[in-house]
Write a protein that binds this ligand. Sequence first.
Ligand code: NAP
Length: 232
Amino acid sequence: MLAGPYEAFPVDPRLPEPYFAINQGVTAHHGMVDIARVREGDVVFVSGAAGGVGSLAGQVAKALGASRVIGSAGSAAKCIYLTEVLGYDAAINYRDGRVLADLREAAPEGVDVVFDTVGGEQFEAAVQAAAPGARLALCGALSGQLDDGPGAHPRLDVMTAIAKDLVILPFTTMHTPEQLQAWNSAYGSWLAEGALIYPHTLVSGGLQAAPVVLDELLAGTHRGNVLVQVAT
Ligand SMILES: NC(=O)c1ccc[n+]([C@@H]2O[C@H](COP(=O)([O-])OP(=O)(O)OC[C@H]3O[C@@H](n4cnc5c(N)ncnc54)[C@H](OP(=O)(O)O)[C@@H]3O)[C@@H](O)[C@H]2O)c1
């Protein structure tokens, strides 16, 4: 039984450490389950796949039965992390400048689900690489939130969206008791079964390190959910 929205609720005893409860999984789970409605056999593309939300979103899609999960990130090392640690089937380094070509190569039959945390050229490429009837869950807009330059804000190719019957779904996770409960229950089970790992970077240095770590987070220095350890 979950407590009210402003009350504490117990940490799932299946978590190896209490801090495993600090994560962006509610959004990853809500976006994949309730918005994109991932089903068995879907081909899924997650942008910003090494970030807090994306590093869980790809794993959630796999746990829900997606047949192929493709992620994008901003370095070759992060792409290796996606495929070798997080179980992505393919990874795209968007800094190589060939997002659409790489996406088409990774998903020759098209992408059924897009979980977009970036926007910009990655959203535009996802529309072109989408399969007929694809669902595009729009979670974030990192390219436009952090930068206002050319290409930061995507343009929708409306004719392609119409011709392919695309379903474009921007969403905000409200962290309702139902959403929290659904995620926490699935997370505990998947962790216990080994179907999912908790992708995180634990940084020491106390609260005074937090502003520096925040800058590093936005600059792409870290992977997964980034936590600052305030006390030992
Ligand atoms: N809809 C909702 O309810 C909801 C809830 C939570 C979060 N969000 C949104 O979801 C997005 C992701 O959140 P998060 O917590 O996962 O983010 P995060 O972990 O803070 O993401 C940081 C990563 O973003 C990437 N990045 C930074 N600038 C970028 C750019 N210009 N283009 C592409 N990637 C860039 C970097 O990775 P690389 O090194 O790979 O570039 C960086 O490591 C944000 O836009 C956030 O506001 C939405």
